[in-house]
Design a protein around this ligand. Sequence first.
Ligand SMILES: Cc1ncc(Cn2c(C)c(CCOP(=O)(O)OP(=O)(O)O)sc2=O)c(N)n1
Ligand SMILES: [Ca+2]
Length: 529
Amino acid sequence: QSTVKEATYELLRQNGLTTIFGNPGSNELPFLGEMPEDFRYVLGLHEGVVMGIADGYAQASGQAAFVNLHAASGTGNAMGALTNAWYSHTPLVISAGQQVRSTIGMETMLANVDAPLLPLPLVKYSAEPAAPTDVPRALGQAIHTANQNPKGPTYVSIPYDDWDVEAGPVSEHVADRMVQAAGAPTASQLQHLIATLSSANSPVLVLGPDVDAARANTDAVTLAEELSLPVWVAPSAPRCPFPTGHTNFRGVLPASMDGISALLDGHDLIVVIGAPVFRYHQHEPGDLLPAGSRLLHITCDPAEAARAPMGDALVADIAEVLRLLATEMPAAGRPPLSRRVIPSAPQSVGEALAPETVFDVINAVAPEDAVFVNEATSTVGALWDRVEMRHPGSYFFPASGGLGFGMPAAVGVQLACPDRRVIGIIGDGSANYGITALWTAARERIPTVFIILNNGTYGALRAFATLLECGETPGLDVPGIDFCALARGYGVAATRAPTPETLEEELTTALQSSSPTVIEVFTTTISPF
Ligand SMILES: Cc1ncc(Cn2c(C)c(CCOP(=O)(O)OP(=O)(O)O)sc2=O)c(N)n1
Ligand SMILES: [Ca+2]
């Protein structure tokens, strides 16, 4: 007869969840003790870092990731990271240790009171099983819920005296289950899509993160070329769904109603695939759609379809829809488009390099299949303009803008993709939210390269303070942080690059190293608007 612990490890093994991303407390030790040989534990020094590493790992691998956190305090520390994982549809199975079952009501030390309420609304499923024998089945429900479209985080709180209880007959079936979903459009839905696209005079394609998550980028290219139409990336982009050097690529839409309508004016059909409609950020009220335009939304998420303020929507499997459109769409016969022109970089000022210059150097040195994890918030547009991204899984940004994702996710992505080089591009402000990820990178010998853009300020907030006409605003400067000293303190080699030439040398060296590196660059501050 298996124990709950043995049944749980077998369930995790059968579902490929043999890496545990975690930070332990006493509640978790009975589960972790004597961990089976075929499991790996990746320790993060703060639960936000644990979640960021797991999020990056899951998004880059395309598989769910298993997380083990400490009770309420560990879950609370993870909530910021959950805001990102929720909106990036990241499949995470989060377990949290709970006090001994019979003492929870007394609110003993480390009791996670009303545990399933704590992570809401940022998980798809949240439970504390009513009996020890239900733990394996509840974890199975968490795994299969996390993996169903729209994928997302799930949470199970487990009292630590459950583990050595006999699992009982139910658990024998739980590990063997396979849960799959269909999602192709019906023949008539497909025909309607094709007819709508064919009859449009000037259609435009807007692609979102779920196209990249479905690895459907190549089918999106085929469709764009068949229709010879411009391709934009949906605003507040957490992933890159289309090769940015393609002649049809036009950039990332601004995250404002007025900005989007102005840019798409003249297109009689706007087709949005794999993104919410839309993730506005700066509030610039305007027409939701340009005059004479209609919007067609294709999403894997019923909630995205239901809450959109305009357009028609089809909920379906993104990979299937794009595969069918790429193969069935007749050519539109329109002339081919020409590649957009990017202006040259401005002059650098003394030791502070223009971010555009930094990105031009990164673009020149990085391998053609490099992966960029970005968390420098005032230079997002400049990065998209100057750093070419060619393949699926080439770009990750916190999907809710919740900082503390960048450095941990850059570790998780590199762990998931040992054959590609991962470059974290991190603002000096953002770096502080997840900087202990450097310790995990050093200890696990994960060779992420972190480039820290140090402009001594929260640049994006300075721009927002101006946009929102806030006047003089406190709390926007972060001067005097020595990231090289901090990096070395966590065991990571670090160097400063005062010129484009030294940045080129240092980045080339770092990309050949088998251990992580921090490169600090002083930059000027630019506005994202
Ligand atoms: C967890 C968390 N805290 C605070 C913020 C607010 N915030 C902050 C603090 C930003 C500035 C980040 O500064 P940076 O140095 O990383 O990058 P830039 O200087 O390029 O803006 S952007 C932004 O939305 C946030 N998004 N997430
Ligand atoms: Ca900054």
